[in-house]
Write a protein that binds this ligand. Structure first.
Ligand code: SF4
Ligand code: SF4
Length: 157
């Protein structure tokens, strides 16, 4: 009997805490909807898409390929990024560059984002700083896997 009473008290205590959080959060949320400034935000929920979470400067977002002053990719097709990639989703194909100082340039540079785990290993491995993940773009959902295959045009554009 005493044990059952203890359980009952705990249920009441838990319910009071839940109801208190609900009422307080609703109060601040309604204030926010009415554009009345308050000391704090109510619910921690982010009202996406009107409201967006701030992206940290070191966040690994959508890839981009860096270019030289003449607009050509900085990539020298050393294959280090493709070798470091644990998902094997980078494919690079070389062609000869007319500039003997550069020698090789990518004829194809493909990243299959449907397989990418956004580890950033390829960026770390690149000796030319030719590939970065600093676009702050995190919304690139597509309807097909094929649309998630990024080629030179998409990576440079
Ligand atoms: S972020 Fe990681 S998994 Fe994605 S392409 Fe780069 S190395 Fe591969
Ligand atoms: S590591 Fe850098 S230079 Fe080498 S293939 Fe990848 S992007 Fe190009």
């Amino acid at each position: 009997m005493i044990k059952a009473l203890g359980y009952f008290i705990e249920i009441i205590r838990g319910s009071i805490i839940t109801i208190r959080h609900f009422v307080v959060n609703m109060h601040f949320h309604i204030m926010k909807v009415l554009r009345i400034k308050t000391k704090r935000k109510g619910a921690v929920t982010i009202q996406y898409p009107e409201e967006r979470r701030e992206i940290a400067s070191r966040h690994r977002s959508l890839h981009r390929l860096m270019t030289r002053e003449d607009g050509k990719p900085r990539c020298v097709v050393c294959m280090l990024c493709a070798t470091a990639c644990p998902s094997e989703c980078i494919y690079v194909e070389a062609e000869e560059d007319p500039d003997p100082e550069i020698q090789k340039t990518p004829a194809k540079f493909i990243i299959d984002l449907s397989r990418c785990c956004f580890c950033g290993f390829g960026v770390e491995a690149c000796p030319e700083d030719a590939i970065r993940m600093d676009t702050a773009e995190i919304e690139f959902a597509e309807y097909t896997r094929e649309d998630l295959i990024y080629d030179l045009d998409k990576l440079i554009g």
